[in-house]
Ligand binder design. Structure first.
Ligand code: UP5
Ligand code: MG
Length: 189
């Protein structure tokens, strides 16, 4: 399919680091299509899929959904979109995710955007968000952060070792973060 020749940018960062917020900004200025893996999984729950109950239970514990499910959703989303430039937000969350995507989509990311932000600030943002996400409570936020450190940081390290990591200080106000993001996209593309 045509999306196999696409440009993919992975967007990683702890829970609440601003991945969704900044992706919306990038879409407006740089013509990418944004897919949040978490959003795709949450709509899969709502759609009444056979995997809905399992996905819901894993998300409410801050755990990572099996790679085959997430990769299928991402590939379907890319397939159905008319675009060939994608921001994939909140994925790959572990090495298994990364390898499954490589094997199935057969796309290497152009680069990986990493939003770096301390845990206290992440907690503050998530507990202030109030959009009714089942995993936005202090207990689950702590679990999500631990999974991020244990499972996602190794993926971040992998891309760093390949020279593909672009790290952004995400602890600043969102307008300032976007200034840095803009400079980066302008120089990469
Ligand atoms: N905000 C944003 N930027 C700010 C700034 N610079 N200063 C101050 N406030 C800022 O932002 C979070 C909140 O902070 C918002 O209120 C925003 O206004 C404010 P947002 O842009 O939503 O941050 P984001 O990084 O997108 O946070 P999110 O909570 O979505 O990150 P998670 O990584 O936790 O959530 P995700 O949806 O990616 O995953 C949820 C769960 O799904 C996972 O825990 C896991 O169980 C499952 N999942 C998988 O299993 N596999 C996957 O591949 C993906 C998800
Ligand atoms: Mg998000």
């Amino acid at each position: 399919p045509k999306w196999k020749k696409s440009i993919v940018v992975f967007v990683l960062g702890g829970p609440g680091s601003g991945k969704g917020t900044q992706c919306a900004n990038i879409v407006k200025q740089f013509g990418y299509t944004h897919f949040s893996a978490g959003d795709l999984l949450r709509s899969e729950i709502k759609s009444g899929s056979e995997f809905g109950a399992m996905i819901q239970s894993l998300i409410s514990q801050g755990r990572i959904v099996p790679s085959v499910i997430t990769v299928k959703l991402l590939c379907k989303a890319m397939e159905e979109s008319g675009n060939d430039k994608f921001l994939i937000d909140g994925f790959p969350r572990n090495e298994e995710n990364r390898i499954e995507f490589e094997n199935v989509a057969k796309i290497e990311p152009a680069f990986v955007l990493f939003f770096d932000c301390p845990e206290e600030e992440l907690e503050r943002r998530i507990l202030n968000r109030n959009q009714g996400r089942e995993d936005d409570n202090i207990e689950t936020v702590k679990k999500r952060f631990k999974v991020f450190v244990d499972s996602t940081l190794p993926v971040v390290g992998y891309y760093e070792s390949k020279g593909k990591l672009r790290k952004i200080n995400a602890a600043k106000p969102s307008e300032e973060v976007f200034e840095a993001v803009k400079d980066l996209f302008a120089s990469e593309t």
